[in-house]
Design a protein around this ligand. Structure first.
Ligand SMILES: Cc1cc2nc3c(=O)[nH]c(=O)nc-3n(C[C@H](O)[C@H](O)[C@H](O)COP(=O)(O)O)c2cc1C
Length: 287
């Protein structure tokens, strides 16, 4: 064996160790065929966890712009770029946003809240200036495209933030009060909040574990979808999830009950059952 191939072997083994450790955290069981591919990007992505406890340390100059460059590097449907983002750092404004989102304390603590906007206003203004129409945006497809664009952009920003040692947490609860959010940040018609994202340095005193995900057999189908094949993996996931919750000192509710609780009935949507009507008030149409 040459020195070069020995080095390569050692590196591969180190990578296999790293992927095994990452898989053990993410799935709490071994995953076939996961070995052999590993790099820093995968390490950041597989180590994701939402952070709800932040240091008061402010963000360095240029962080916001760096995150937005990552966000703008996401794919965009037909490159229409139908999204915008509003950065909120003022404590009083953050306090109002925490209230819109059901008093989530991490919004107060994080130095930055990014509010991601589905934005069909920009293309509409361009259409008016060009003396033409952007009527295509008035179909459900238009809303989906703008919400997708905002989502992919936000997720790129999230990965970039985590790669810089920052913590983040999505705030979907801003959709409980989209009209108040729109008013607060001066949104024009045909724009709406999709969600917020808190960004800050994680408080090292509060260790947040990596939340297990469903075994791959439950989500990965080859050639043909199967509900039946998911039953046993879901049962395993309930066990893994209970172990995670025990470690994090959370109540012992199985994953399937937690998932159901979020979608049980209209009341569980915390105001979002009337989202369509509110979006129509904000100028969206769903033809
Ligand atoms: C669209 C979206 C909205 C979310 N909204 C909230 C929220 O309002 N508050 C919160 O604390 N976490 C929120 N989360 C975080 C999820 O609870 C979290 O991603 C999930 O429990 C998995 O945990 P993990 O991100 O640590 O892996 C949201 C996540 C997503 C993707």
């Amino acid at each position: 064996m040459t020195l070069a191939s020995l080095n390569l072997n050692i590196q591969l083994n180190a990578s296999d160790d790293a992927i095994d450790r990452a898989a053990a955290h993410r799935y709490r069981e071994s995953v076939p065929n996961l070995r052999g591919h590993w790099n820093e990007t995968l390490a950041v992505i597989l180590n994701h966890r939402s952070v709800r406890h932040y240091l008061t340390r402010p963000l360095e100059a240029g962080i916001v712009e760096t995150l937005i460059a990552a966000a703008q590097s996401a794919p965009s449907s037909s490159n229409v770029q139908a999204w915008s983002v509003v950065a909120i750092e003022d404590p009083e404004q953050k306090a109002r946003f925490a209230a819109y989102a059901g008093n989530q304390k991490h919004i107060l603590d994080a130095p930055l809240l990014l509010v991601w906007i589905a934005d069909l206003a920009r293309v509409n203004v361009i259409a008016e200036a060009e003396g033409t129409s952007a009527e295509g945006g008035q179909y459900l497809e238009g809303f989906l495209v703008s919400a997708f664009d905002a989502t992919f952009a936000a997720q790129n920003a999230l990965v970039a933030a985590e790669s810089l040692g920052l913590g983040t947490c999505y705030i979907g609860a801003l959709r409980n009060r989209p009209l108040e959010v729109a008013e607060d940040i001066g949104l024009p018609p045909r724009t709406t909040v999709v969600f917020g994202l808190t960004v800050g340095y994680p408080d090292p005193k509060v260790e947040t574990g990596i939340k297990p995900r469903l075994p791959q057999e439950a989500v990965l189908h080859r050639g043909r979808y199967s509900l039946e094949a998911q039953q046993q993996p879901i049962a395993r996931h309930d066990d893994h999830s209970l172990n995670f919750r025990r470690e994090q000192k959370l109540d012992a509710t199985p994953w399937r009950v937690l998932a159901l609780n979020r979608l049980r009935d209209a009341a569980a949507l915390k105001g979002r059952h009337v989202l369509k009507e509110k979006l129509e008030k904000l100028g969206f149409e769903f033809k």
